[in-house]
Design a protein around this ligand. Structure first.
Ligand code: URA
Ligand code: CA
Length: 441
């Protein structure tokens, strides 16, 4: 078999076989196939696309390029949740204890943040002492004991995806639905859960800007999961504006605690209720979505979800005081109000730019080596549709970098688009995709 022939075949729009994907992925990770040939194949795939069978074959090879985690020692149905990334997406911090409090085990591997998006691991490390470096057997024990654990993704999950992703990034081949679907699903499938719930973001802060594209991506991923024997449900949600109010590590832990107390911002709470109910239902904790939702709402109001958060944090070495009294979480020295420079209805918010503003204040990383300031970030209190007057306080920023304040404020203000006439609120939950079809809300 020759890589040249595989490239030529795809260039002409023919389907590649299992053996050909095997040859290409193996050759690439073993440095036997040069990057220029892989780049050419990626571009051919970009233009010719992948069939359902090809996407599954590619996902399967990439998934098996490294460790495949075995969670079968954990009792019960394990449901994983994945978000395609966003700004201020605090959901995992809420979902892990909330779903667990309903009796469904949560065994989750999470990642760090980069650029405008945050990562759950960084947020958990805002809690004093919290240890994300458990070995797999400790992780399994933890879930069997407490029904919840969140750890860092092991280095060797889908290594072929790391290489491919870096190459796609510099060859303008990231934004192909089949390649994105295979990339995300290979990692999710290798992480070992029985069922998968995907949060596919759409809007200014997301990979996919339009609903149709998001539905197509969701369908691809649901098909892959289905064909590989793991029930997968995708929910398409808005990333037209940051989720909740808080952006930044300690800030988002505080916001998660609010939601776990049955409070917190409406959008974040609604999203968490939707995902938690879906996960509890899929995980066999309730017979229907409605029954699951009832249980989820109950545990947010009776204190059980918060109690589980305290148990979860304590079990992983974290200081429970940080949860019981969120004022003890890290803060930054400088707190500054962000005031509107215009009057009108907020029409659009460039979420990535607010994410970048939080990053330069110290909440995120520009490169993987940057050190985070756990207390830094932004509270942005306005939503699309809100009326604001020039001079009105839109939110607050926290930082230890005095020299970055003006730039961050300007970026936040420039991220806003105004209208003189009323603007409708943005719809948060847009559609659900399962193997049975698409339901638009
Ligand atoms: N996220 C991923 O993990 N892979 C992609 O290709 C795009 C987004
Ligand atoms: Ca948030």
């Amino acid at each position: 078999m020759r890589m040249y022939d595989i490239i030529a075949k795809k260039k002409h729009g023919e389907k590649l076989t299992d053996e050909e994907f095997d040859f290409f992925i193996n050759g690439y990770i073993n440095d036997e196939i040069p990057e220029y040939q892989v780049s050419a194949l990626l571009m051919a795939i970009y233009f010719q696309g992948l069939s359902r069978e090809e996407t599954v074959a590619l996902t399967h090879k990439v998934m098996h390029s490294g460790d495949v985690i075995d969670l079968s020692d954990i009792e019960g149905i394990k449901v994983d949740k994945h978000s395609s990334g966003g700004v201020g997406d605090t959901t995992t911090l809420v979902l892990a204890p909330l779903v667990s409090s309903c009796g469904v085990p949560v065994a989750k591997m999470s990642g760090r943040g980069l650029g405008h998006t945050g990562g759950t691991l960084d947020k958990l490390e805002a809690i004093e002492g919290f240890n994300i470096h458990l070995k797999i057997d400790e992780f399994v024990n933890q879930v069997n004991k407490n029904k919840v654990s969140v750890i860092g993704q092991t280095k060797n999950i889908a290594p072929a995806d790391k290489k491919l992703y870096a190459l796609r990034d510099v060859t303008a081949t990231v934004d192909n639905i089949g390649l994105i679907a295979a990339s995300i699903m290979s990692k999710k499938l290798a992480a070992g859960s029985d069922k998968i719930v995907l949060d596919v973001k759409v809007g200014s802060g997301a990979f996919v800007k339009e609903l149709d594209g998001a539905i197509e991506l969701a369908q691809e991923m649901v098909n892959i999961g289905t064909d590989m024997g793991r029930e997968t449900v995708a929910i398409i949600t808005s990333m037209e504006q940051p989720l909740g109010y808080a952006i930044g590590n300690a800030n988002e832990v505080r916001e998660a605690i609010d939601v776990l107390k049955g409070q917190g911002p409406d959008d974040l709470r609604d999203l968490c209720v939707k995902f938690a109910s879906t996960m509890v239902h899929l995980g066999g904790g309730a017979d229907s979505f409605e029954a699951a939702k009832e249980m989820v709402l109950e545990n947010l109001s009776n204190g059980k979800a918060l109690e589980k958060m305290v148990e979860f944090v304590t079990a992983q070495g974290g200081n429970k005081e940080n949860i019981l009294n969120p004022d003890t979480l890290p803060t930054s020295d400088i707190v500054r109000e962000i005031k509107a420079d215009k009057t009108g209805y907020i029409k659009a918010i460039q979420s990535d730019d607010i994410g970048i503003a939080a990053m330069i204040l110290g909440a995120g990383r520009e490169t993987m080596d940057d050190v985070l300031d756990m207390g830094a970030g932004i509270y942005f209190n306005k939503k699309i549709g809100d009326y604001v007057e020039a001079g009105e306080v839109l939110g607050t920023l926290m930082t230890n970098k005095a020299e970055k304040i003006d730039e961050a404020i300007q970026m936040t203000l420039d991220a806003l688009e105004y209208s003189e006439t009323e603007v409708a609120k943005s719809q948060l939950i847009k559609a659900k995709v399962t193997c049975d079809g698409v339901e638009k809300y």
